[in-house]
Design a protein around this ligand. Structure first.
Ligand code: ADP
Ligand code: F6P
Length: 324
């Protein structure tokens, strides 16, 4: 029989992402409307171990749906990777009467949730990362805002690149995944899109593309480079030397993680947060909420972590066909 849930906790972990606040708000308000009390755990698993735990009410999540970042704070916590750390985390939950936790974060944070579940604390994961690199879901909280922020920035870089007839390499985030690069590459009409999953480090091909498009009369050349490939500044120097075209590198960096969440991020995070609260209140554990095939669903964490995700081949082919 599922254990009775009287109090749940909510934490954000790993890199922050716009929409995390909307998810926290939804967890809190849906749990309260189910008659379950909620505690906020600050700074991820580190805050759990440090017992940085506060009571949450409806009012404590007012005025946050439109704000980027996470009101609970976030952290990376190496101690929680150890069994001792995980056992201590479960002990702290018991001390504060926390029967279950909603963990908002990426794959790494799910592993922490899986460990806590094994320690007898019910857990539900929510996909919170700008990288879109969680295999069980086609949506992650923060991705939409991040790509729109990056897209706007790249449009601006394109204006000045055209005026100066320059080549621009724009490096976008994503850790080892190329989803931000792929989406922006297509949406910004980039001439080349470099994805860690696909790039063969053949710079000569890039150089040939630039020379060819110059001959065709193009006044700029935008290369979207994914963080997983990196080295944009040295790449720019080599490309300028080989093509004679002035080349600049821009690393967009952390601006992609902040800012007011898009409508999609607010909406999906709200639905997913409420869904997580509901299944946690029902006594479910070791699950993650996902969006797949047009619907909100949940999976076992072990199964979710075993799934693989790849850049969709057809979309990648299209991105190449449209680039030139
Ligand atoms: P993300 O959740 O965005 O993937 P990280 O990989 O940095 O970010 O993970 C966030 C945190 O989750 C880590 O700092 C750590 O506290 C916890 N975590 C990561 N991997 C594990 C693991 N294998 N076991 C337990 N906890 C983990
Ligand atoms: O996972 C989100 C992300 O922004 C990645 O795109 C990036 O590689 C990483 O976090 C940066 O992490 P940190 O905040 O630790 O520098």
């Amino acid at each position: 029989m599922a254990k009775e849930i009287k109090t749940i906790g909510v934490l954000t972990s790993g890199g922050d992402a716009s929409g995390m606040n909307a998810a926290i708000r939804a967890v809190v308000r849906k749990a309260l409307s189910n008659g379950v009390a909620v505690k906020g755990i600050k700074k991820g698993y580190q805050g759990l171990l440090n017992e940085e735990i506060v009571d949450m009410d409806r009012h404590s999540v007012s005025e946050i749906i439109q704000r980027g970042g996470t009101i609970l704070g976030t952290a990376r916590c190496s101690e929680f990777r150890t069994e001792e750390g995980q056992a201590r985390g479960a002990e702290v939950c018991r001390k504060y009467g926390i029967d279950g936790i909603v963990v908002i974060g990426g794959d790494g944070s799910y592993r922490g949730a899986q460990a806590l579940s094994k320690q007898g604390i019910n857990t539900i994961g929510l996909p919170g990362t700008i990288d879109l690199d969680i295999a069980c879901t086609d949506y992650t909280i923060g991705f939409d805002t991040a790509i729109n922020t990056a897209m706007d920035a790249i449009d601006k870089i394109r204006d000045t690149s055209t005026s100066h007839e320059r080549c621009s390499i724009v490096e976008v985030m994503g850790r080892n995944a190329g989803y931000i690069a792929l989406w922006c590459g297509v949406a910004n009409g980039a001439e080349d899109i470099l994805l860690p999953e696909k790039y063969d480090y053949n710079e000569q091909e890039l150089i040939n593309n630039i020379i060819k498009s110059r001959k065709m009369g193009k006044t700029h050349h935008i290369i979207i480079n994914a963080e997983g490939i990196g080295h944009s500044t040295s790449m720019a120097r080599r490309i300028e030397a080989a093509t004679g075209m002035e080349t600049r590198a821009t690393i967009l960096g952390y601006m992609q993680r902040g800012g007011s969440p898009s409508c999609k991020d607010r909406y999906y995070a709200s639905i997913m947060g409420a869904y997580a609260a509901d299944i946690l209140c029902q006594g479910k554990t070791n699950r993650v909420v996902a969006h797949a095939n047009g619907d909100f669903v949940d999976y076992d964490i072990d199964e979710a972590l075993a799934m693989q995700k790849e850049i969709p081949e057809y979309q990648y082919e299209i991105s190449k066909a449209l680039a030139r």
